[in-house]
Design a protein around this ligand. Structure first.
Ligand code: NAG
Ligand code: NAG
Ligand code: NAG
Ligand code: NAG
Length: 566
């Protein structure tokens, strides 16, 4: 009895978890807020810590001058200036280089935790570290991952759109400002995270879509040597056809035209752009989906993107994998990553109307125009090879989604995995296919995992907003958090603090296993050689076809943009 009373007293005294309180960073002191997660468990949350000064327009980020007193880090700061989702106006600020930190605590203050730095997606055009609030919290709120996985989660802002990625393709306006911001943020984490209980030598960067391509660019840059240790790309790599702008000056001229800065003298044009209003420049970078309906593919609209600048990205991404060989790498895609894009390019796939052979060929023509007619017929014969004489309409529709998924996401990711595995000596490589059936109502039955559907599970939404999910979603969420945070802790997704349903075998030079991720992971969830028939087509047959020169490729003073507008 006595013992029980004593134990109860001890329990009362320590029922709340440890708290960090005020933390000293290089810029000054910061104080966050502790959130209770359970008995003896909490997460210290710091929102809006500056990792760089307010950046000059189209300049690299600069160190923050620091502050005196205690910075109350309890509110997210503004996103970087960008167009709104409907693109009718802009939101955000040029004063946007801030990050947020989520530190899990138990009875004692955490020390030497693995650190996971998240780069948001949004086509290099939109997005923020605290994007998409769902029932109060941001989609990227790090509390559940931090608490369940025992890792520090950091989410960071970076410049997007015209302010983040405009480039002249040379030293006058080198571009990649958004990538430099990401680099500055990761470097800040490396220098400061120990004070928050993190281990600076165990940083994993992870991201989705354009954020995944960003992670991939960070891995390939010579500036990242020794900066972090591991990387995860979800649905995007630097090799994705939408991730690199190869003709930045043509795009810059198009934007100059829109803001009244077009000049035949390029230096004068660039000077005019530099003196223009950032809001007008940001609006000029918007994409207009109406422009391509019936005469192109949506991928062509994703124009503001990283460039080969001879510095941060010194060469073609495929030539830089020796730089990535030092990092453990986990990469994958969603089974229907291309479904959204396919639905814009071939609207009939999502409605009752039949999808015709002409529509399939039209899509292939749009995606492969670099290679001309030979590519259309060879790709068509590959993708229709299992149709039979009278294909089920749903089979044709699903083929359209598969074509976009392969072209935009799956094939580039498989090549990146191979280049990584082939170059590494010691660092590990892991591959996955996320194929949980979509939760989006109204889609045809054949739709599996749509682009971005992985994120809600990774960030633990089925736990933080349990009413809108079922138990199977919590199972999946638990699996993903376990694999991801184990990987951050040990470099092996199956080893670490969290139990996983099956061991995930490594992807190597001669052996290409991948994990099928859904709520029913068993031994038979390991498959091999993901869509290798199609990967082989694009990497060998297709890539050896000669390119056909197109007039649009030439520097035409931005007339392409004007034609499109008319
Ligand atoms: C390693 O990476 C380089 C690019 O840096 C690439 O050209 C090469 O093919 C890769 N090596 C192997 C064995 O795949
Ligand atoms: C679907 O079919 C209807 C009736 O045949 C037609 O009016 C409509 O334009 C079609 N829609 C598409 C997207 O092809
Ligand atoms: C990686 O190496 C394997 C085995 O040598 C080879 O078959 C494959 O083509 C290589 N992949 C790349 C992208 O170089
Ligand atoms: C972090 O990295 C250090 C140095 O490489 C290593 O000794 C340690 O085990 C790692 N800690 C964790 C939690 O991964």
């Amino acid at each position: 009895m006595m013992l029980l009373v004593v134990l109860f007293g001890v329990w009362l005294n320590s029922a709340s978890a440890a708290k960090l309180g005020v933390v000293q960073t290089e810029g000054g002191q910061v104080e966050g807020k502790s959130h209770k997660m359970g008995l003896f468990r909490s997460v210290d949350v710091f929102k809006g810590i500056p990792f760089a000064d307010v950046p000059g327009m189209w300049e690299k980020p600069k160190p923050h001058p620091g502050w005196s007193g205690i910075l109350k880090a309890t509110k997210y700061r503004e996103r970087c200036l960008q167009v709104t989702l409907l693109q009718t106006t802009t939101q955000g600020s040029e004063d946007c280089l801030y990050l947020n930190i989520f530190v899990p605590q138990g009875r004692k203050l955490s020390t030497s935790l693995p650190v996971m730095v998240y780069l948001f997606g949004g086509a290099f055009l939109l997005g923020a570290s605290n994007d998409v609030a769902i029932l109060g919290d941001s989609l990227y709120d790090g509390k559940e991952m931090a608490d369940r996985g025992g890792v520090i989660v950091v989410t960071v802002n970076y410049r997007v759109g015209t302010m983040g990625f405009l480039s002249s393709g040379d030293a006058r306006l080198p571009g990649n400002y958004g990538l430099w911001d990401q680099h500055a943020a990761i470097s800040w984490v490396r220098r400061n995270i120990e004070a928050f209980g993190g281990h600076p030598d165990n940083i994993t960067i992870f991201g989705q879509s354009a954020g995944a391509a960003s992670v991939s660019f960070q891995m390939l840059s010579p500036y990242s040597k020794g900066l972090f240790r591991r990387a995860i790309t979800q649905c995007g790599v630097a090799l994705s056809p939408w991730a690199l702008q190869t003709n930045p000056m043509a795009l810059t001229k198009k934007i100059a035209r829109k803001v009244g800065c077009w000049r035949s003298n390029e230096d004068e044009m660039l000077l005019c752009l530099k003196m223009s209003d950032p809001v007008g420049l940001t609006m000029a970078g918007k994409i207009d989906v109406m422009l391509i309906l019936g005469k192109g593919v949506v991928m062509d609209l994703l124009e503001l993107a990283p460039v080969i600048d001879g510095d941060f990205i010194p060469d073609e991404p495929s030539q830089l994998f020796h730089n990535a060989a030092q990092f453990d790498y986990l990469a994958g895609i969603n089974s229907m990553d291309g479904h959204f894009f396919a639905g814009v390019d071939v609207p009939s796939i999502n409605i009752k109307n039949a999808t015709s052979v002409e529509q399939v060929r039209g899509l292939l023509a749009g995606l492969t125009k670099e290679k001309g007619a030979a590519a259309i017929s060879s790709a068509y014969s590959i993708y229709s090879s299992n149709w039979g004489s009278a294909p089920d309409p749903a089979v044709v529709k699903k083929t359209v989604a598969d074509i976009e998924t392969d072209f935009l996401f799956l094939v580039p990711t498989q090549i990146a995995l191979q280049l990584h595995a082939n170059n590494t000596s010691g660092a590990r490589t892991y591959s996955y296919l996320f194929n949980m059936k979509t939760r989006i109502p109204g889609f045809p039955r054949w739709v599996e995992a749509e682009h971005a559907e992985d994120l809600q599970y990774l960030f633990g939404k089925p736990f933080s907003t349990p009413l809108v999910y079922f138990p199977r979603h919590r199972t999946l969420s638990e699996y993903m958090i376990a694999y991801w945070t184990n990987f951050a802790r040990t470099g092996d997704p199956s080893k670490g603090n969290s139990k996983v349903p099956v061991p995930w075998p490594a992807f190597t030079k001669n052996h290409q296993p991948y994990l099928n991720i859904n709520n029913k992971i068993t031994k038979s969830s390991i498959s091999y050689n993901l869509r290798s028939y199609y990967v082989n087509y694009w990497t060998t047959t297709y890539s050896s076809l000669p390119s056909v020169r197109r007039e649009e490729d030439e520097d035409d003073g931005g007339m392409k943009g004007e034609e499109k507008e008319n």
